[in-house]
Design a protein around this ligand. Structure first.
Ligand code: CDP
Length: 221
């Protein structure tokens, strides 16, 4: 029997496009490590804010980046980021203040560079922990982090529907504002990716669309 391949699945998409829920479900279905890179940008934002750094203070950003180390804690199927050995509580990384600042910090090239190799290293982390693959979600995974991923999906949904989903989650989020700040990366991510419009689909239906080609690849020729 040939060994089954180790697969890398990149899921890009905008705010509240359904990428987190579908990535998590795929990780369960195929025993993949799940990396939510939005949570990495959020954790780093929380850390920068804790240090009193603002997005316009480039010198402060650079000094803070030089002082922080990035490591990973694998919890279940989730690859969580540790900043200088500590994870940041979920309530803090999902807080309104972090949500309001994250896209501005994420637009700083030094911030993106600081996370680049770290995100790529998750493939080795997944292998070391015996996972069958890595599913990584974010804004630029298929375009910048893993352009050679086995699968590159781009999830999108109507902005009105996305704002409604956020409200249903009880979250106040400026989806349109973050989309604008993130728009260049979104454009790049579209190229060569398989587009999935989730506006009128349930989560299960989105997952089925993503899972079908992955299951086929595992089944072999
Ligand atoms: O709330 P949503 O799922 O859209 O966002 P998220 O995945 O938690 O990401 C929060 C923010 O981090 C995004 O608005 C982007 O500004 C930034 N981000 C990024 O620039 N690149 C990534 N690969 C992931 C997130």
């Amino acid at each position: 029997m040939p060994r089954s391949p180790f697969l890398i699945v990149a899921i890009d998409g905008g705010a509240a496009s359904g990428k987190s829920s579908s990535s998590r479900t795929l990780s369960e279905r195929f025993h993949f490590l799940h990396a939510d890179t939005g949570s990495y940008y959020r954790a780093l934002t929380a850390e920068l804010l804790r240090r009193g750094v603002t997005p316009t203070d480039l010198a402060g950003v650079k000094a803070a980046l030089a002082a922080v180390t990035f490591t990973t804690r694998v919890t279940g199927r989730s690859a969580e980021i540790e900043l200088s050995g500590h994870t940041i509580p979920d309530a803090e990384i999902r807080s309104a203040v972090v949500t309001a600042h994250v896209a501005s910090f994420a637009a700083i090239p030094e911030v993106r560079t600081a996370l680049l190799d770290y995100q790529r290293s998750q493939a080795d982390t997944a292998r070391q922990h015996g996972f069958r693959g890595l599913v990584m979600e974010g804004r630029d995974i298929g375009s910048k982090i893993f352009p050679d991923a086995d699968f590159r999906f781009f999830l999108f949904a109507d902005p009105v529907e996305r704002a409604r989903r956020r409200e249903q989650q009880g979250l106040h989020d400026q989806v349109a504002r973050r989309d604008t700040l993130d728009s260049q990366r979104l454009q790049e991510s579209l190229q060569g990716a398989v587009l999935v419009d989730g506006t009128h689909l349930t989560l299960a239906e989105v997952v089925d669309k993503l899972a079908a080609p992955i299951a086929e690849k595992f089944a072999g020729p």
